[in-house]
Design a protein around this ligand. Sequence first.
Ligand code: KG4
Ligand code: ZN
Length: 337
Amino acid sequence: MKILAIESSCDDTAIAIIEDGRKILASKVSSQVEKHKIFGGVVPEVASRNHIETIVPLFNSVFEESKLSFTELDALAVTYGPGLVGSLLVGVNFAKGLSLATGLPLIPVHHLKGHIASLYLSHPDLQPPFLCLVVSGGHTCIIEVINYTSFKIISRTRDDAAGEAFDKIGRRLGLDYPGGVALDKLAEKGNSNSFNLPIPLKENLETYDFSFSGIKTAMINIINNFSQHTVSLPLEDLAASFRENVVKCLVNNFIKSAIKYNYTTLCIAGGVSANSLLRRKLDEECQNRKIKLFKPNLELCGDNAAMIGSQAYYEFLNGNISTLELNAQASVNIENI
Ligand code: KG4
Ligand code: ZN
């Protein structure tokens, strides 16, 4: 079954064609990073306008890449939430137009379910159940993937998402947007023991939740202190200490919850799953504990439409097909649908 999938939930326009949930026949991502860099973050209206400009050429290019024609498709899929509503609407409306014109079934896909499905594209043998740490710019949560279409949230962040914290501190350190990527690179050259940062919620054994605002505030205080004394910032050491702390929080909670809920197969997904320290530390921890760890291929960590096409296949098998009433939703609980 060949599904054409569309993703436009934030600042990447993406279209892919996926066969039977596991095989990428074409996948194109058009990044808007350069457009948002000058503002230091995503500007929603700029993002929507860019999706409108990019979506048709991108649509044409996946047919060139796959050498397929439109008549060979079996279904259409689109991310309908969560995300920026103005951005989502571009993809949703484009998909609805295609469905209306062709009669092909329209499959609605939850963005985070898509991130989790990036693992099926990276690891042909992987099947649920497993426990997944989803870490992106907008979300940080631990999710039980009970089967392909049934999910249960075990914990989530109480304030910032990990990617958001990386981006905000990256910006304070004067790094290019998105700060997470630049901070990760810089941290490789620094000493992670240079600054003492708090580990929030460490003493609370009852929760597997995350919190990053305290670490962020501690970092901002250190940065302000340097600036007041007009001393140049030790960028590499600051980046390394911050990254070390955030990764420690993610790894500690993830391993703790795997033990509590008896999971021996763990996965990570989302933009921050590209973080080199997070990948290394989880590899080490899981090897020591004889836990199987699956990570998405690097090119599938960030937003893309291949992951949406993969999840769409399993949604279709489960009978989840939308009418043309489909609308964009800024927030959608992954457990409800
Ligand atoms: O999943 P994603 O592409 O978009 C959302 O759904 O949010 O995630 C984007 C986030 C950004 O905050 C970006 O800074 C972060 O992922 N990110 C990283 C790395 N690569 C991307 N954060 C830390 N280290 C990285 N290597
Ligand atoms: Zn995402």
